[in-house]
Design a protein around this ligand. Structure first.
Ligand SMILES: [Zn+2]
Length: 959
């Protein structure tokens, strides 16, 4: 047992004393890695540890590869959640206070002060910072700041004035996610479950019925030309409401949504859905009458609770009509007569579809009725094809002949102009709840300040930045491009909360997802702020222009800011040295907001050379397979966990359970296994000393070759941030190689293994160091080093030390030992003697030919046999045609690398290699081994086994 906590604090102190993580510009190449700064409204739990640990591994890895790495950290005080929390403390919220006491173990004295928001933030700020230090994160703490620091406020004011001067901050009426109870816009930080309230714009088509308007919501306004009827649900009681002077018939849910669309909505009366069935409405722009028909798929919470029917192009509509025709008994005769006359009106021509595409897809998906779950799929397929490839037919007036994708917006504008339409915004994945419990809605907000993310040129630049940058994992790139397209005007200011006031309208405070998008640049300033070399009073926009945009006259700016020209220039040079951000780490939930805003704002403000270079996105952390949440009671605060398990085991347990985008599953069993592994490794490091080098024997050459291979593979894995794979090499593959080496050398009674093992361990410890930095330092010291392993260089690959002959030989020994063990297990014989037969030379020649063919992709047994028989050297195959099939299978069951190694080395003398087997078999089974060639006339072969030998698959006889 080792004392983790004393080892960890010993090395943390050493790092601190050597100031190794304090980074200033040097002559070396730089690497600037950042991770989303924490929001201090509670301490961090194990789940938060993932992103920070990933970023720290990245930072430490790049440092060992010779980069001058900057990894800083700040704290995000801005926003409403801290305010809400303070209010709940003021109201003496029992549940919250209990959580402070029992889960977060906040001292009573501090809880009392929590009525004040800043007190909450600064308490948890210190908690989180201590946890980060205890986790061993290699952070330059001289650059710490909070988002309510006075110079930070000036920096955000500068950012907003810049955006406004480029017309990217606009005032107007736009939809936002909204909490009706708090009367505030909501974003991801404000909702339960951290859901970003995304919404979609629908066009409301106004159908006229008597003196009423029946609106229906659609994403395809162009299909009004194909409407054959409306759908109403007979079981819904609709409301008649006065909407800005018109009488609308809509569901009760829709009436409420309309209020948030800035409409004056007054209840006038109600009408049953069943009463509407059979009535006729006038289709706008076509002046034709169509009937209202009953349908159960119509839901009152979707759209207006009423649907327009386009059976030629909408599978739902087509199917609902078919259903009515089949079950007509409940319908009145006149309605039934109408249904029978309805013919789908085809208005879109799409290559590959005939007259009625909806009919074709419902048949393709074998849809049975309108409640069939596959209807969604069928709809998606058809909509996609018609949108991108479809053209409007001749019956669509002035739009005839145009492509659907090109004309959609024009149709919408045209119908709106005629006052035959309106718009409605709906949440995509509703219901979404605010942290206060209220259900969120979409509201059109007037005279609000918005970031104009719908600006087309801005979007274009965002796409090009995203397409040029490195994104890990690569699969997430499309998600970013999708978000860029989908984003529109976004409210950037609130009336409550901590933060920076809008510089031109002091009633507003910049909200938390708008003041946290370019702060990576501020880390350069923070060092000078903390040293008190610059103060807020004299700083204006010209200072920021000078530092970040190289704009302005040094003398003038320095004198206005009352700092020396030297200082001003060195801050600017430091920024130019560290920017751009080389890697930004964040959780996947921040893709639709923070990470995309980060891209947008950088390209708006900074010149292209400062645009971000890489984004790394990771999934979340589960606890024993379940989502962590306060209500589940399975939250483990990070600092508690460090005290119980040690920082390094936690770091490894989080990283080893999943690759980047997968959810990591944290469990305590895994921690125990990891602890054992590390403790054994530490013991090995004390055991094997650097002695004089002895002559390398085959197994030494093999272990050195494996070392080179593993260094190569581990390095490639980390470069792609495939940390789970990298850890697998460092912890497990190395281990099993060392085990084999020890078996081999023990069997030969060798005593000169220390040097080789020391050599392997030195590389292994260096590669462990970014992952488990504390224990790696301890191991490094045990290996006899006086410096820090964190400061050592990453092992390099010496390809010339890869000896493929020894790799192959040891593989043959390993697999033969494995085969012997399996035979003994199955037959339960107590062996007296073990005899091995290696294959005849023609088989080796045939093997090489088959191998060359398999590598080329030729695997047809018939062709292979024919070509082998036609060759004198291998014609003996006709006596043993089964040999070919078995050999192909042998080859296919091997990894591609070893196939290539075998093809490179060509013939190997298996008899010679297997002579090494004797010592191993003696050691493991206590008997002797005899090795014969299949062609040896003197061989001992009572059971006629030798003829079954194949290359790399010797035959085995145990007696
Ligand atoms: Zn709320």
């Amino acid at each position: 047992m080792i004392d983790w906590s004393s080892i960890e604090s010993k090395w943390r102190k050493r790092w601190q004393d050597e100031k190794y993580f304090e980074t200033d510009p040097t002559e070396e190449k730089k690497f600037f890695v950042t991770v989303a700064y924490p929001y201090p409204n509670s301490p961090q739990h194990i789940g938060h540890g993932r992103t920070y640990t990933l970023a720290d591994v990245h930072a430490r890895f790049m440092r060992m590869r010779g980069y001058n790495v900057l990894f800083p950290m700040g704290f995000h005080y801005t926003g409403t959640p801290i305010l809400g929390m303070a209010r709940r403390v003021q109201e003496n919220d029992k549940e919250l206070i209990k959580a402070f006491r029992t889960i977060y173990k906040v001292p009573e004295q501090n809880i009392k002060e929590f009525a004040e928001p800043v007190k909450i933030a600064s308490y948890f700020h210190q908690e989180i910072k201590s946890g980060m230090i205890e986790m061993g994160y290699s952070i330059d703490w001289r650059r710490e700041f909070t988002t309510i620091d006075p110079i930070y406020n000036k920096f955000i004011e500068w950012q907003f004035r810049k955006l406004k001067s480029k017309n990217l901050v606009i005032q107007g009426s736009h939809p936002v996610g909204w909490c009706p109870k708090d009367q505030n816009p909501v974003s991801q930080h404000d909702t339960l479950g951290d859901v970003e309230p995304a919404f979609t714009e629908y066009v409301l088509i106004k159908f006229r019925y008597d003196k009423y308007i029946i609106p229906t919501a659609t994403l395809r306004p162009e299909t009004i030309f194909g409407v054959t009827n409306l759908w109403a649900n007979p079981d819904i009681t609709y409301k008649i409401v006065d909407v800005d002077g018109e009488n609308w018939i809509v569901s009760v849910e829709c009436a409420r949504k309309l209020e948030f669309m800035n409409k004056k909505v007054v209840l006038v009366g109600e009408i049953k859905g069943s009463a509407l069935v059979g009535k006729t409405v006038k289709v706008p722009e076509r002046n034709e009458m169509v009937a209202i028909l009953p349908a159960s798929f119509v839901k009152s919470e979707n759209g207006t609770g009423m649907v327009m029917s386009v059976p030629a192009h909408a599978p739902f509509d087509y199917q609902a009509l078919e259903d009515i025709k089949k079950n007509s008994t409940s319908l009145e005769q006149n309605v039934l007569n109408t249904v029978r006359t309805i013919k789908p009106i085809s208005i879109i021509q799409t290559e590959g579809y005939g007259e009625i595409p909806a009919k074709e897809v419902t048949e393709k998906f074998k849809i049975e009725n309108q409640n069939d779950p596959h209807l969604e799929e069928a709809t998606k397929e058809l909509y996609g094809r018609e949108f991108y490839e479809g053209k409007l037919r001749n019956n669509t007036g002035k739009f005839a002949g145009k492509k659907v994708a090109d004309v959609k917006e024009d149709v919408k504008k045209w119908i709106l102009q005629q006052n035959n339409a309106d718009v409605l915004f709906e949440l995509n994945d509703g219901p979404i709840r605010c942290r206060c419990g209220a259900e969120c809605v979409v509201k059109i907000l007037n005279d609000q300040w918005f970031l104009d993310y719908s600006n087309k040129n801005w979007k274009k630049d965002a796409h090009s930045c995203i397409n040029e940058m490195k994104i890990l994992p690569e699969d997430i790139r499309n998600e970013f491009n999708y978000v860029v397209d989908w984003l529109r005007e976004r409210a950037c200011a609130r009336q409550h909360g901590l933060g920076t006031k809008l510089p031109w309208d002091k009633d507003w405070i910049v909200e938390s997802l708008s003041d946290s998008v370019i702060y990576m640049a501020y880390y350069i300033l923070a060092k000078y702020v903390n040293k008190k070399q610059i103060t807020a009073e004299n700083l204006g926009d010209e200072f920021f222009d000078y530092i970040f945009l190289e704009d302005g006259d040094t003398k003038k700016v320095a004198s206005n800011c009352e700092i020396t020209e030297n200082l001003l220039e060195s801050i600017r040079d430091e920024f130019a040295y560290f920017y751009p951000v080389n890697a930004r780490h964040s959780g996947r939930d921040l893709v639709p907001n923070h990470l995309t805003f980060f891209v947008f704002n950088h390209i708006a403000i900074f010149p292209k050379k400062y645009w971000p270079e890489e984004i790394v996105v990771n999934g979340s952390v589960l606890m024993d397979g379940k989502k962590m949440s306060k209500s589940m009671g399975n939250i483990i605060p990070l600092r508690d966990a460090i005290r119980t398990y040690g920082a390094d085991p936690i770091r490894l347990a989080i990283l080893i359970s999943a690759e980047l985008l997968q959810d990591a599953d944290f469990n305590l069993e895994a921690i125990k296994g990891i602890k054992n592994k590390l403790e054994n490794m530490l013991e090995d490091c004390s055991k094997y000393k650097l002695n004089e080098k002895s002559n390398l024997q085959q197994e030494d050459k093999w272990l050195v070759s494996r070392l080179q291979q593993l260094v190569l593979e581990t390095t490639l894995a980390i470069e792609k941030m495939r940390l789970r794979e990298a850890l697998h090499y460092v912890l497990y593959e190395f281990d099993s190689d060392m085990q084999w080496y020890l078996r081999r050398t023990n069997a030969k009674n060798r005593t000169d293994v220390s040097s080789t093992l020391h050599n392997v361990l030195s590389a292994r410890v260096r590669m462990l160091s970014p992952f488990a930095p504390h224990i790696a330092e301890e191991m490094w010291e045990k290996l006899g080093n006086t410096g820090l392993v964190s400061k050592s260089l990453w092992p390099s690959v010496h390809r010339d030390e890869i000896d493929i002959i020894s790799l192959q030989s040891e593989n043959l020994l390993k697999s033969t030992m494995e085969d012997i063990r399996n035979i003994l297990k199955v037959t339960k014989i107590i062996p007296k003697k073990i005899i091995i037969y290696t294959s005849d030379s023609w088989k080796n020649k045939a093997y090489q030919k088959i191998l060359a063919n398999v590598i080329k992709g030729e695997m047809s047994i018939g062709i292979l046999i024919k070509s082998l028989i036609s060759d004198k050297e291998t014609e003996l195959v006709k006596k043993d045609p089964d040999f070919v099939k078995k050999t192909v299978n042998d080859i296919l069951s091997e990894p591609i690398e070893s196939r290539e190694i075998k093809s490179k080395t060509g013939f190997v003398d298996e008899k010679e290699i297997l002579s090494e087997l004797d010592s191993l078999v003696q050691k493991d089974f206590g008997v002797n081994v005899q090795v014969f060639s299949e062609s040896d006339p003197q061989k001992y072969d009572p059971k006629n086994k030798a003829r079954t030998a194949r290359p790399f698959k010797p035959a085995i006889l145990i007696v």
